[in-house]
Design a protein around this ligand. Structure first.
Ligand SMILES: Cc1cc2nc3c(=O)[nH]c(=O)nc-3n(C[C@H](O)[C@H](O)[C@H](O)COP(=O)(O)O)c2cc1C
Length: 752
C-alpha cells in the first residue's frame, strides 16, 4: 500500500499517502462481496487508498499496514465462517496469538450479513469481531448486522449503516486541505485492465471456447505464461480468414477510453444547458419515470423463454481450480409437465482419481458447484447494443489482477468468450452497477434517471425497478439505449458468473457404484427457478436456463465440497443415532443422501422424515424409494394442496401414529388446532409429537432443509412444542435449552 495513485479527473490525486483502507470480505454467494465492493468505492471517493479482497486473499501481516480495516462477512452453515475466510480465520485463531495484543495497531469496523431465521444469527461476524478485539484491535465504528428477513433485505440495515460510516470517516479522518472527497459524478479510475492482442482467435465463432488438455482433472491452469502461444499455433489454421489488425497499443487505448469518459462530465453542467433538449429532439418516453417504473413488457425485445432455444451455450471447460470433469448421464424432469415447478433429477459420472478417499469421507454431506453460461443470443444482443462487434472476437489479454472468480486460459479470451463464460449479463443489477452506468451515457436524461434510481431515500424506487420484476442487466441496458460501455471496462462493471451449489442427493452404494474404479456417481435435484413477475414477463435464473437444456453427454467442470457443519454420517456410531429429518421441496436432496449413506452401515438408527410438498402426484420426490431402505425410515408427508385424510402409508408401524389427548397449554402455540385446516410439516411434527419426543431423548440428529423464511421458524417452534407435548420437558424454555444442547441433539439446518 503506497503513495499517491492515479487521478480522478480533477487533477488531484485519488488517494492520500498513508491513508489506506483494507476491505476484507467473506462471502458464499456474493452478497457480502457486493457490499465490500460498494464500500470500497465509497472509501476511494474519500481518498483512502483502498484494497478490496476476500479474507483469504490477505495475509494478516499486510492487513496491519492499513490505516483502517473494514470486515464484511456473511454467516453460512450453522453459524460458520464462509469458505473464503477459513485460512484467514484459522490464522487468527492460532493459540500462540492469545494474550499477545498482536492487533493492537488495528482499527476496524465490521458488517455482518445473516438471516435471523437461523439459530446462530450473524455468528460469523460476531465471532470475528470478538476475536479481533481479544487480540487488541480497536473498533472505530459500531458493528452492523444485516438481516435477510427484513422488508428490504440486507439493505434495510446496510444503507443507513454505510451512510453513518461515511459521515464518521469524514469527521474522524478529515482530508488535508485543499483536498475534498471525489464527487459522485466523477468516475473512479479502472481497477482491471484488458488489452487487445494483435492477433485473432483461432476459433472466432460464438461457440468457440478453449478446451482442456488431456485428463479429467481440471487443474485450473490459469498462469500468465505465453499468452501468444495458442494464437501462433493456430496461425496456419486460420490463415484463410486471418487478417493482421493494428489495434492501438493497450495503454494508449485505455488512456483514450479514460479521457473520453472524463469528458462526459461534469453531468450537472450538461443538465443545466437549455440547448440539451434541442439537440436531443427525439422523445424521451422510454426514459420518463412513469414508463420506466410501470414497465411495459412490449418494450422488450426478449422473447419468453422457449422450450428449445436454437442456439445453446457452448460446451467447453474453463480452467477452474479444484474441479473435476463430470459427464451428464441422466437428465429427467421429475414433476409432471403441468405442474408449476420444473424439478430436474440429474446424474453425473465424475472421475475423481486420487481424490476418491477425500470425497468418500464427505458422502451424505456434499455439495456440487456448477458454473452456468450465457446463451449466444443474449451475448449477441449485448454486443450489438454496446457496439462491440469489431472487437468481439479478437483476443484480449487480462493484465494485472483479475477479478476474483474469473477464469480464462492463459489469461487470454475474446470479449465474446468473457461474456459467454465469465460475466453475468442477466443478473439483477446492483445499485453500484447502475451508479457506474452514469459515466457511460452522454444522454443527460439517462444520467438523471440512473442517478435517481441510486439516490439514498429512493430504495423503494430502486427495488421496484430492479428486484421486484427481477429485471436483468440486459433489459436495463435496453431501457438506457445511450449507455455505451467501452469494452475495456467490462471487468470493472459486470458481475462475475458465480457457481451455483446443489446438495448432492445420493450416498452409500449409489454414490460409489462406480462405472470405473476412480469414478463416482453424483446426483442432484434441481428446482428450476422460473418467475412470473409483476411485469408478467416469464423469467428464468441463469443456472436454471442452463441446466434445463443440458443434453446427456455434456461435460461440465464441477466442484465437490463438503457442506459446512458437522459431518452427519462419519461412522457407524453416528449412523446408528436416530434421525429426525424435516424437508420441504428439493430440501429433500441432502436428506436422501444422508439416508442412503446411513443405509450403507449395518443397523442404522431409526429415522423419521417429515416431508412437505404440494401434491402426492406432483412433487412427492422419491416416493417409491422410501420403502426400500433396510433401516426403518418412517415418512410423514405433508401435502399442502391435497385434501387431508388419514393415509395408512404414512403412519408409523408399531408406534403411536397420532397424538393422544395432550395438554397443549404449556406449548408455544397454546391451544394449537394443529391439523384441522393445514397440512404443513410443522403440523405433522406436533401431530407426531410422541414419536418425536421418543427419539429426542435418544440423542438424535435433527436436520431441517428447504425453504428459508417462515418454514425453519415454524419447524423450530413445532419441535419445541413436541418436546413439551411428549413430556420430555415441562416448558418451552426448557425445550429451547434441550434443542440447543449439543450433548442432547445435533441440529443441522440448510435452508435457502
Ligand atoms: C446454507 C446457508 C446457511 C446459512 N446459515 C446462516 C446462519 O447460520 N446464520 C445466519 O445468520 N445466516 C445464515 N445464512 C444466511 C446468509 O448469511 C445470508 O443469506 C447472507 O446474505 C448470504 O451472503 P453471501 O452471499 O455473501 O454468502 C445461511 C444461508 C445459507 C444459504
Amino acid at each position: 500500500m503506497g503513495d499517491l495513485v492515479g487521478s480522478a479527473g480533477s487533477g488531484q490525486p485519488v488517494a492520500v499517502e498513508g491513508r489506506s483502507m483494507a476491505i476484507l470480505y467473506g462471502s458464499e454467494t456474493g452478497s457480502a462481496e457486493d457490499i465490500a465492493i460498494e464500500l470500497g468505492k465509497m472509501t476511494e471517493r474519500l481518498r483512502f487508498q483502498t484494497t478490496v479482497d476476500e479474507m483469504d486473499g490477505f495475509k494478516l501481516a499486510d492487513v496491519l499496514h492499513a490505516s483502517l480495516v473494514i470486515f464484511v462477512t456473511s454467516t453460512t452453515g450453522q453459524g460458520d465462517m464462509p469458505k473464503n475466510t477459513l485460512k484467514f480465520w484459522k490464522n487468527l485463531r492460532r493459540e500462540k496469538l492469545n494474550n499477545t495484543n498482536c492487533l493492537g495497531s488495528m482499527r476496524f469496523a465490521i458488517f455482518g450479513l445473516g438471516d435471523s431465521s437461523y439459530l446462530k444469527f450473524n455468528w460469523a461476524a460476531r465471532k470475528l469481531r470478538a476475536r479481533l478485539m481479544q487480540l487488541g484491535a480497536t473498533e472505530f465504528f459500531r458493528a452492523g448486522e444485516g438481516d435477510e428477513r427484513h422488508d428490504n433485505g440486507i439493505d434495510s440495515i446496510y444503507l443507513p449503516w454505510s451512510q453513518e460510516l461515511k459521515s464518521r470517516l469524514l469527521t474522524n479522518f478529515p482530508l488535508p486541505p485543499p483536498l475534498a472527497p471525489i464527487p459522485d459524478d466523477v468516475p473512479l479510475p479502472p481497477k482491471y485492465s484488458i488489452e487487445l492482442l494483435p492477433k485473432i482467435l483461432d476459433h472466432p465463432t460464438p461457440a468457440a471456447t478453449p478446451s482442456l488438455p488431456d485428463g479429467d482433472h481440471n487443474d485450473g491452469d490459469d498462469g500468465d505464461d505465453d499468452a501468444e502461444r495458442r494464437f501462433q499455433a493456430s496461425k496456419t489454421k486460420s490463415a484463410a480468414r486471418s487478417h493482421i489488425d493494428h489495434p492501438k497499443p493497450g495503454k494508449e487505448q485505455a488512456r483514450q477510453d479514460w479521457e473520453r469518459l472524463k469528458a462526459t462530465f461534469p453531468a450537472h453542467l450538461a443538465r443545466q444547458d437549455p440547448a440539451f433538449e434541442r439537440v436531443n429532439p427525439r422523445g424521451f418516453n422510454t426514459l420518463d419515470k412513469d414508463n420506466i417504473l410501470k414497465d411495459h413488457p412490449e418494450k422488450y425485445l426478449l422473447k419468453p423463454p422457449t422450450d428449445q432455444p436454437s442456439n445453446l451455450p457452448p460446451q467447453g471447460l474453463l480452467p477452474i481450480p479444484n474441479t473435476f470433469v463430470g459427464t451428464l448421464t441422466h437428465h429427467e424432469r421429475v414433476t409432471p409437465p403441468n405442474h408449476w415447478q420444473d424439478v430436474r433429477h440429474l446424474r453425473f459420472e465424475v472421475p475423481v482419481g486420487d481424490a476418491m478417499a477425500d470425497i468418500s469421507r464427505g458422502v451424505g454431506h456434499l455439495t456440487m458447484s456448477i458454473w452456468p453460461k450465457n446463451y449466444p443470443e443474449d451475448v449477441d444482443d449485448l454486443i450489438g447494443q454496446m457496439g462491440w462487434e469489431e472487437v468481439a472476437d479478437k483476443p484480449l489479454q487480462l493484465k494485472g489482477r483479475a477479478p476474483t472468480g474469473l477464469y480464462a486460459h492463459n489469461r487470454v479470451a475474446s470479449l465474446r468468450q468473457l461474456l459467454t463464460h465469465n460475466l453475468d449479463i442477466t443478473a439483477v443489477p446492483k445499485r453500484s452497477f447502475i451508479r457506474e452506468l452514469i459515466f457511460f451515457t452522454e444522454d443527460e436524461r439517462e444520467k438523471e434517471r440512473l442517478q435517481e434510481l441510486t439516490l439514498p431515500g429512493n430504495e423503494q424506487e430502486f427495488y421496484d425497478y430492479t428486484c421486484r420484476p427481477r429485471r436483468t442487466i440486459l433489459e436495463l441496458l435496453r431501457d438506457f439505449k445511450n449507455v455505451k460501455v467501452p469494452f475495456g471496462r467490462v471487468l470493472d462493471l459486470f458481475p462475475i458468473i458465480r457457481p451455483r451449489d446443489f446438495s448432492v442427493c445420493n450416498g452409500g452404494s449409489s454414490f460409489k457404484g462406480a462405472v470405473k474404479n476412480d469414478a463416482i456417481i453424483v446426483e442432484i435435484l434441481a428446482a428450476l427457478v422460473e418467475y412470473k413477475t409483476i411485469i408478467r414477463k416469464p423469467r428464468q435464473g441463469l443456472c436454471s436456463r442452463y441446466i434445463k437444456h443440458l443434453p446427456t453427454g455434456a461435460r461440465l467442470a464441477v466442484r465437490l465440497k463438503m457442506s459446512s457443519g458437522p459431518r452427519l454420517v462419519p461412522n457407524m456410531t453416528w449412523a446408528a443415532r436416530p434421525l429426525i429429518a424435516i424437508a420441504t421441496g428439493t430440501g429433500i436432496a441432502p436428506i436422501r443422501a444422508i439416508l442412503q449413506e446411513r443405509d450403507s452401515y449395518e443397523n442404522p438408527g431409526e429415522a423419521v422424515l417429515f416431508f412437505g410438498c404440494r401434491n402426492r402426484a406432483a412433487d412427492f420426490h422419491f416416493e417409491k424409494e422410501w420403502g426400500t431402505y433396510e433401516g426403518a425410515v418412517n415418512v410423514f408427508p405433508a401435502f399442502s394442496r391435497d385434501r387431508i385424510e388419514p393415509d395408512p402409508r404414512t403412519t408409523v408401524s408399531g408406534a403411536a401414529p397420532t397424538d393422544p389427548a395432550v395438554d397443549l397449554s404449556a406449548t408455544s402455540a397454546g391451544a394449537v388446532q394443529y391439523d384441522s385446516h393445514k397440512n404443513y410439516v410443522q403440523h405433522l411434527i406436533r401431530k407426531h409429537a410422541q414419536r418425536v419426543g421418543f427419539l429426542m431423548v435418544r440423542r438424535p440428529i435433527v436436520c431441517v432443509c428447504g425453504n428459508a423464511g417462515r418454514m425453519p421458524i415454524s419447524v423450530r417452534s413445532a419441535l419445541l412444542d413436541a418436546l413439551v407435548i411428549s413430556k420430555v420437558v415441562g416448558s418451552v424454555g426448557e425445550a429451547e435449552a434441550w434443542l440447543t444442547d449439543p450433548d442432547k441433539v445435533t441440529f443441522w439446518q440448510e435452508t435457502w
